[in-house]
Design a protein. Structure first.
Length: 127
């Protein structure tokens, strides 16, 4: 009984992983993961600095999710919770959430601040 249950869980995990690769997905990252996930990334990375206490951030969640699927394979999308990870927010001068930074080759190339639709966000970041 336990073996079959383990197989079902493993199959489900594999399907979620494959779906994330095919359709894109936002990745929650920490200050400790920032170097590897953003600065060392070979592809461009859009990072949303957000807070679970920010109503504008919560409204943007669907836009960011949709955008990550649209940009899959071209731009990686990451989110960093500023309440739990304030070091990178301070380093990049984030004072308002949501703030979106587009990184290419480890450097900030564009910035957008506030609640907006996905089309405007792409335009602001040049993607």
């Amino acid at each position: 009984m336990k073996k079959s249950r383990l197989i079902i869980i493993s199959a489900a995990a594999i399907l979620v992983f494959i779906g994330a690769l095919a359709y894109g997905q936002t990745k929650d990252i920490s200050d400790q993961e920032f170097q590897q996930e953003v600065l060392s990334s070979p592809s461009p990375v859009m990072v949303e600095f957000w807070s679970p206490k920010c109503p504008h951030c919560l409204k943007m969640a669907k836009e960011v999710s949709t955008l990550s699927k649209e940009l899959a394979g071209r731009v990686k999308v990451a989110k960093i919770n500023v309440l739990e990870n304030d070091r990178m927010a301070n380093k990049y001068g984030v004072q308002v959430v949501p703030t979106f930074l587009l990184f290419r080759n480890g450097k900030v190339k564009a910035q957008a601040v506030g609640e907006m639709d996905g089309k405007k966000l792409k335009k602001e970041l040049g993607i």
